[in-house]
Design a binder for this molecule. Sequence first.
Ligand code: ITT
Length: 198
Amino acid sequence: DEILIATNNVGKAKEFEALFAEKGFKVKTLRDFPEIPEVEETGITFKENALLKAETIAHTLNMVVLADDSGLKVDALDGAPGVFSARYAGEFKSDAANNAKLLHELTDIPKEKRTAQFHCTLALALPGKDSLVVEGEVEGSILTIPKGENGFGYDPLFFVESKGKTMAELSQEDKNTLSHRAVALEKLDEVWDEWINR
Ligand code: ITT
């Protein structure tokens, strides 16, 4: 079986490949369909953007498509960068630039007030079916110095209390047991069969 994950993000794609391999699925991503134009994320919620990506591409290709809209929500910043996580420091800026901007915004915020969540909304779409949406979150806090080389995005700054490590210090295997993406995917798993056979 094959599933198309509607993402251009290499970090996300790697995690999905591992997560779906356990289920016996082969993952395709937008890299396998270079002719598909980029879907502009015009929504103001994770759910809107995930549905937009999944439904637009499912309609174009007439196949089952899963989209992930995710991001970091920092309590001291009233939930920012949120849906703007990928573009926080500006369009086409690096993960390092986004991390630097985050540290700058949190300069005067003390340790106990640096709580945050990683959020993931997954949308599953197939033309002719009502789309399915699930969400997952994981709690953490934002360090003052990046630590670790694994993962992507804000992982080096996101400290997971239960592991005593940042997301970027965890192996991909460990991240995939507890991440926002893993939590959302577990929920998807529970309703998948019912949805596909509906
Ligand atoms: P696609 O839309 O092509 O999937 P994207 O990177 O633009 O790629 P999003 O709009 O969903 O995807 O933005 C997600 C951003 O949130 C991502 O670029 C990271 O900055 C951050 N993010 C999401 N999940 C993360 C994770 O597991 N670890 C670290 N940062 C993450």
